[in-house]
Design a protein around this ligand. Structure first.
Ligand code: NI
Length: 168
C-alpha cells in the first residue's frame, strides 16, 4: 500500500544526513535570511512534527472514528519548542529513529485503514491515505528548503554570475 510514498518516507533521514555532512556547524545554525529557518530549525521541526503532526494524527484516525485533528501553528511552535536551541545532530538522530519505526508501522496499514477519515481543524476532511501522502510531500518540501539554504550560502561567492540569479 502506498509503496511510492513509503519509499520517499524511508529515504528522508539518509538524504538529510548526506546534505548536512558537508556543512559546518555555523552554516547549519545560520538562517539564510532573517525570517527563514536555518537547517538546525528545519531538523528540529522534522523531529517534532514526526510525532505531533504525523504519527499521532494518523494513529487517531486509525484508532478512533472521525477524530478532530488539531491545527498546529508552526511558527509559534518553533518558538515554544526552541527549535533554534536544539542540537541539530540529536534532532536528526531522533527523527531517524522515529521515522524507522513509523515506516514499519505505515507499511502494515491496509486499504480499509487507509480509507479512514478525520477532520482537520482548519482544512476539513482528510483520509489516512491523504495524510500519509502529505507526510512525504512535507519531507520533500523541507529537503528542498535545505538545498535552497545551501544554495544561498554559495551565492555571495559566484561573483558577477549573480546577475543571472534572483534569490526569492
Ligand atoms: Ni513543515
Amino acid at each position: 500500500m502506498l509503496k511510492d510514498v513509503i519509499a520517499i518516507l524511508a529515504l528522508t533521514p539518509d538524504k538529510l544526513k548526506r546534505e548536512i555532512a558537508s556543512m559546518s556547524s555555523k552554516e547549519i545554525r545560520t538562517r539564510p535570511v532573517p525570517n527563514k529557518w536555518s537547517v538546525q530549525e528545519v531538523l528540529a521541526h522534522l523531529d517534532d512534527i514526526e510525532e505531533v503532526g504525523m504519527r499521532a494524527r494518523v494513529a487517531a484516525m486509525v484508532e478512533t472514528d472521525n477524530p478532530i485533528l488539531p491545527s498546529i501553528d508552526q511558527e509559534k511552535r518553533a518558538e515554544e519548542m526552541k527549535y533554534n536551541r536544539k542540537d541539530p545532530l540529536k534532532s536528526l538522530a531522533s527523527f531517524a529513529r522515529q521515522r524507522q519505526t513509523n515506516v514499519k508501522w505505515l507499511a502494515k496499514l491496509r486499504p480499509p485503514q487507509l480509507r479512514r477519515k478525520g477532520r482537520h481543524q482548519k482544512v476539513g476532511e482528510l483520509s489516512v491515505q491523504e495524510l500519509v501522502t502529505e507526510w512525504a510531500f512535507h519531507d520533500l518540501g523541507h529537503l528542498k528548503q535545505i538545498l535552497e539554504i545551501k544554495r544561498y550560502g554559495l551565492y555571495p561567492r559566484i561573483g558577477n554570475m549573480r546577475a543571472f540569479y534572483k534569490l526569492s
